[in-house]
Design a binder for this molecule. Structure first.
Ligand code: NAD
Length: 241
């Protein structure tokens, strides 16, 4: 499998190049800011993007025009920008994941389950910490954790509304706090904290090597080349759905 790697000079770009070498994949073009992706597209089977959110739109347009599968790991897109890009991405096979690690994808599933059980009675906070160079805050992973909590609470709220839970009356989910810490060389820590009067549950994932994201992205690239057009996430790649 031949990969066009965008953002190749960055921390993740270098980690993806190393992972590809270990996973029988070839980097057919390693490009970065200022390079023209269009001239390298013909030689690749799939694109992997770990650059800047400014770059995603143009790269996706090229992927759609040239019908190339794409794996997007870049984070930091504004909500309206992301909605527009997702519509574009659906025209080709695309894996879009704010986090490619297996452990974090399990954290997503555990957070969904804990939220379903504990509901809005437990104060819920998302806390993340990353290295001092990370440009976006909160992280894409923290944003996804928040989405999952709110999705699950909406389900709970709907269930309450229709009386399926056996509890009468409507309750509004309380606010969920998201806290982004920056410092040192932290690769990526995420905690979801559920606190009530008398007990506290914390679900924590700590990444210590960005190779986990890189290997996940290469695994996603190998998977996506044989998929139909559409936007997939890492849960699809790992068969967790
Ligand atoms: P980095 O700053 O080390 O590297 C980014 C690279 O992209 C740089 O070499 C930069 O020159 C290049 N770049 C900037 N604009 C570009 C453009 N327009 N076209 C092509 N290249 C461009 O950052 P990083 O730590 O490697 O992270 C890159 C992205 O990946 C960030 O958005 C980060 O949040 C995200 N990330 C995602 C995951 C995941 O699992 N999805 C994991 C880690 C990081």
């Amino acid at each position: 499998m031949k990969i066009l790697l965008n953002g190749s000079k960055g921390r993740m770009g270098q980690a993806v190049a190393a992972a590809a070498a270990d996973m029988q994949a070839t980097i057919s073009a390693a490009i970065d800011a200022g390079d023209d992706a269009a001239t390298h597209l013909g030689a690749c089977d799939v694109i992997i993007d770990f650059s800047s959110h400014h770059a995603t739109g143009k790269l996706l347009e090229l992927a759609v025009t040239r019908r190339k599968p794409i794996v997007i790991g870049t984070t930091g897109h504004a909500a309206d920008e992301k909605a527009r890009l997702l519509a574009l991405a659906a025209q080709v096979p695309c894996v879009w994941a704010g986090n490619f690690s297996v452990g974090v994808n399990l954290l997503f599933a555990l957070t969904r389950r804990a939220t379903a059980v504990l509901g809005a009675d437990y104060d819920t906070e998302v806390i993340e910490m990353h290295h001092r160079f990370k440009k976006d805050a909160p992280s894409g992973t923290a944003a996804r954790l928040l989405e999952i909590i709110l999705e699950e609470r909406k389900l709970t709220a709907n269930a309450l509304k229709h009386g399926r839970s056996g509890i009468t009356g409507e309750r509004q989910p309380s606010e969920v706090g998201v806290h982004a810490l920056r410092g040192g060389d932290v690769v990526g820590d995420h905690t979801v904290l559920f606190a009530a009067l008398g007990e506290r549950l914390e679900l924590t994932h700590k990444a210590s090597d960005r190779g986990i994201f890189a290997r996940g992205a290469v695994r996603a690239a190998k998977w996506v080349v044989s998929q139909k057009p559409g936007v997939y996430d890492m849960q699809d790649v790992l068969g967790l759905k």
